[in-house]
Design a protein around this ligand. Structure first.
Ligand code: HEC
Length: 124
């Protein structure tokens, strides 16, 4: 009997851990329509290894002028800004009040922003 209870408890714990993981994993679904998490270009550039790399420098041929000429390196602060509000971020990151990006603003904040940052940091 004890063993059965233990097994049931273990199953419930495993199941909720699995569900929890799915919730976390869900956040990048917002990016998938436009981005490959490897190096392939889709509507947007492939995102593999983007953290720590200079913005606008993959083989993607359709960067906006603002992103292509940006020159910053993606770090925690710039990526949080970008995924919070890209339209605002491109102006701040370039220092140009007229700068524009073709990526729609993702409006991620709080826990969702933390989750996507964890995901982005893992894309190596
Ligand atoms: C509707 C399409 C679309 C969606 C959805 C989208 N992106 Fe983008 N993304 C783009 C495009 C287009 C660009 C290029 C923007 C430019 O050149 O101004 C881009 C650029 C980027 C860049 C800069 C890459 C580089 O090489 O410097 C990052 C990082 C990025 N996206 C991350 C994300 C993440 C993370 C998500 C999901 C939370 C996401 N994007 C959702 C279209 C999209």
């Amino acid at each position: 009997m004890k063993t059965i209870i233990k097994t049931v408890a273990a199953t419930i714990i495993t199941a909720s851990a699995f569900l929890g993981m799915n919730v976390n994993a869900g956040i990048e679904a917002k990016c998938k329509a436009c981005h490959d998490f490897g190096t392939a270009n889709k509507v947007g550039p492939g995102l593999k290894g983007v953290m720590g790399h200079k913005a606008g420098t993959t083989s993607f041929g359709k960067y906006s002028k603002s992103l292509k000429n940006g020159g910053w390196v993606w770090d925690d602060a710039s990526m949080r800004l970008w995924l919070g509000d890209g339209k605002k971020a491109i102006k701040e990151l370039t220092g140009d009040p007229k700068a524009k990006t073709t990526m729609p603003s993702m409006k991620l904040k709080g826990e969702k922003l933390d989750q996507i940052m964890e995901f982005m940091n893992g894309l190596k």
